[in-house]
Design a protein around this ligand. Sequence first.
Ligand SMILES: NC(=O)c1ccc[n+]([C@@H]2O[C@H](COP(=O)([O-])OP(=O)(O)OC[C@H]3O[C@@H](n4cnc5c(N)ncnc54)[C@H](OP(=O)(O)O)[C@@H]3O)[C@@H](O)[C@H]2O)c1
Length: 341
Amino acid sequence: MKKYNVAVIGAGAVGVEMLRVLKQRRFPVGELKVFARSSRDMDVDGDIYPVEAVSAEGFRGIDIALFAGTEGEKGAAVTYAPEAVKRGAVVIDNGADFRMDPRVPLVVPEVNAADIKKHKGIIANPNCSTIQMVVALNPLHKKYRIKRIIVTTLQAASGAGKAAVEQMNNETARISQGGFGSVRAEGITRFMAQQLAYNCFPHIGSFADDGYTNEEWKLVKETHKIMHAPKMKISATTVRVAVRTGHSESVYIETEKAIDPERSRQILAKSAGVVVMDDPKNNLYPMPKDAEGRDEVFVGRIRQDPFNKKGLWLWIVADNLRKGAATNAVQIAECLISSLK
Ligand SMILES: NC(=O)c1ccc[n+]([C@@H]2O[C@H](COP(=O)([O-])OP(=O)(O)OC[C@H]3O[C@@H](n4cnc5c(N)ncnc54)[C@H](OP(=O)(O)O)[C@@H]3O)[C@@H](O)[C@H]2O)c1
């Protein structure tokens, strides 16, 4: 079997998961390089990976570069993705820098794998909350045509990186030492806008003048691009919750045709990457603690709007580091290499 030289850029929450997913899915890796800002050895489940300080020349000989570093003007992807492409690699980027570039396919393999063929060196991995939403909604869109989506996300700490998890853990430890006194953890270094332990806050990303955050607009614009549905009306509220890993979403859809909950369950049960967990009377519905470490998107609480035959509620949960990031990126790489065969 042909092997591919792979680089993982970033050794944080997503980078570590990338290494696990490459191994677990037996991706045909030839040489493997891990890049971060500084060099060291890193232990992932007992495997020691040498981490190198990233450099443009380091990408020489790399076939596939999986970026999970920082975003923005001076971030890893903007600085090094073009250098990797120049040296012959195909880049699959987890950040937001290239997602809306019309030359860059934005891909969730269960939905728009065919877009991969249009790449010119860079393929973008969508935002974690977008990925799980489109995996669950696209099969229903094909049958019932979705006109409108209203979504509230409940996003885990790890969605903001390993420093955010550390913040939540430190706050939790500080508060629990205080017994039933205050639920405020003063003096802990913050990487998120607010204290997260014993808390939730409707603020992910930065606010624009329209009152929405850029995280909320990602759900709108990325869904339009992935589902090839630029006119779909979507509005979102994104909330950070005191969960370590696993994003949950309360989603309302309005469709062109009347939508049936039982038929929707059947459609979703047969859809790639989806697991239906919907027996609420027996306490069965998706929860982040059960989704952690899994690659599927879990859907439950499927129920009709009591006032609208074209309205349906769903509760959608997935591991933000796996299907929301690393697994989706590695699946893109798998599609890419199978198109080269
Ligand atoms: N967390 C999620 O659920 C999630 C989901 C989807 C997409 N994403 C995206 O994936 C990316 C990584 O997120 P994360 O949560 O893994 O972040 P993280 O835990 O904060 O880790 C960031 C990693 O990137 C490395 N890095 C930072 N700047 C770099 C540079 N200029 N060159 C090379 N490496 C650099 C850091 O290196 P050092 O270790 O040396 O400091 C660190 O290992 C972000 O773009 C994020 O938006 C995250």
